[in-house]
Design a protein around this ligand. Structure first.
Ligand code: SF4
Length: 455
């Protein structure tokens, strides 16, 4: 057995991906609408805005799906939902300082391009009516290549979208069959060609490793194909098999899932193929060209992590609209009602649909920063961090440093008197490294798994 494989087996435990800290399971219903109204009204002149709209509808169900979505062929369901998005944005805009500008706007889902071209234009016009977008704002949309027409992309482009992200996942027919997502190479080629013709400045492709029936050989063919499409960025997510939380994942045969040796081989194939093609690996799951602003932000230590993954906008509040969406200010997380019907009822009643949330205390903020620095910069300087937060790092994080010692002994991090650095091998274990700083995890009982496995 290779030493890396032995480490993967040793460190394969349920653990968070740290798109937030504290993580979503610790959001609580004691946080209500009044708390969110107060957070929105708190002046934050030095913080920009990042807008998100969640479109939960999909034509069909992908068995691996971890999103909050509704599979339906009944398009009429979109109309009341869009009307409620309108109300939610109108109410939120009343509460937020109108002089604040959005530098980012993202549509996710579900499938945002489930909306027909006219409704795409309408929704974007609505967002522009309530919020001011910077002229150079990053405006991005997740796109399912299946059922997509050129008219959908034209509507996105005319509405100001400059980035598209296509779900490719795996091009192997057996894998596609096993996850109920069939999409041919010709189809992907077509949507990429259209996007380039229409002038989108960034084309992202999403892949998933760890899907049923995946082999290193078959996924290497997918990687070669993907490199030939020359996307600007790639996100390579590890499939999170959590059938106790996502019941439909029971449609995936556990015996079809790759074992840990195959998963390691898949990850190595990703790193080798994308590295050879000139992409830079940014932390957990993102790859970009060397000139990409994510790479520059990592070099400048200004990279940040939020619910959409890695971002260059640390000092932004996320205003998220739609069922299940998660908003964020400097010291608050808020999640909307997840159930579509209840979301619509709540919005109809008050214009907001707060289900739960959390106000961060100072310790939460300090630990969030430490976890984020490790996951973004792949190192942490004790003196710089300590002076930023007014703490003696080695005293404050004595528990974390003790927990990191075995990881250092296994070669995942190097530690000296002044800093922690993640090693090349340690990049595969960023979640485990982050977990050493997580106070909630240390306090949690180990009764029921809340998270997917880290490796
Ligand atoms: S298209 Fe995306 S959101 Fe919809 S079922 Fe598939 S993975 Fe889930």
């Amino acid at each position: 057995m290779s030493s890396t494989l032995a480490l993967l087996q040793k460190y394969s435990v349920p653990g968070p991906r740290y798109t937030s800290y504290p993580t979503a399971p610790y959001f609580h219903t004691g946080f209500g609408e009044a708390d969110w109204v107060e957070a929105l009204a708190t002046p934050a002149p030095d913080r920009g805005l990042s807008l998100y709209a969640h479109i939960p509808f999909c034509d069909s169900l992908c068995y691996y799906c971890g999103c909050n979505m509704v599979a339906t062929r009944d398009y009429s369901k979109t109309q009341p939902y869009l009307a409620m998005l309108d109300r939610e944005m109108a109410r939120t805009a009343q509460l937020v300082d109108g002089k604040r500008v959005a530098h980012q706007l993202h549509w996710g889902g579900g499938t945002p391009t489930y909306l027909n071209p006219d409704d795409i234009r309408w929704l974007m016009a609505m967002m522009r009516q309530y919020f001011t977008l910077a002229p150079d704002a990053e405006i991005s949309c997740e796109v399912d290549p299946r059922e997509l027409t050129r008219e959908h992309l034209e509507a996105l482009r005319e509405s100001g979208f400059n980035r598209v992200s296509f779900g490719v996942q795996d091009m192997d027919p057996d894998v596609q069959q096993a996850v109920n997502r069939i999409q041919s190479e010709l189809l992907i080629q077509q949507v990429i060609d259209w996007s380039r013709e229409l002038g989108f400045s960034s084309i992202n492709l999403d892949l998933i490793v760890g899907l049923p029936k995946q082999s290193i050989e078959s996924f290497s063919r997918t990687l070669d194909r993907v490199v030939a499409w020359a996307p600007d960025r790639l996100a390579v997510f590890a499939y999170a098999h959590v059938p106790w939380m996502k019941k439909h994942q029971q449609l995936i045969m556990e015996s079809d899932l790759p074992d840990s040796a195959t998963r390691l081989g898949l990850q190595q194939a990703v790193n080798e193929t994308l590295g050879a093609a000139g992409y830079v690996n940014i932390g957990l799951d993102h790859f970009a060209r060397p000139e990409d602003e994510l790479v520059r932000a990592q070099q400048n230590k200004t990279l940040w992590r939020n619910f959409q993954g890695y971002t260059t906008y640390k000092n932004s509040d996320i205003l998220a609209f739609g069922a299940s969406s998660i908003s964020q200010t400097a010291d608050v997380y808020m999640q909307n009602e997840k159930n579509l019907k209840r979301y619509q009822e709540r919005i109809a009643a008050t214009g907001l649909a707060v289900e739960r949330g959390l106000k961060l205390n100072r310790d939460d903020q300090i630990r969030r920063e430490a976890i984020t620095r490790v996951m973004c910069d792949l190192e942490l300087d004790f003196a710089a961090f300590g002076s930023e937060w007014g703490i003696v790092f080695t005293d404050y994080f004595a528990d974390a440093l003790a927990d990191l010692r075995p990881l250092a002994d296994d070669g995942l991090v190097t530690m000296d008197a002044g800093r922690i650095s993640v090693t090349q091998t340690g990049r595969l274990f960023l979640r485990n490294i982050g977990m050493c700083f997580d106070r909630y995890l240390k306090q949690a009982s180990t009764d029921k798994p809340r998270y997917s496995k880290t490796a």
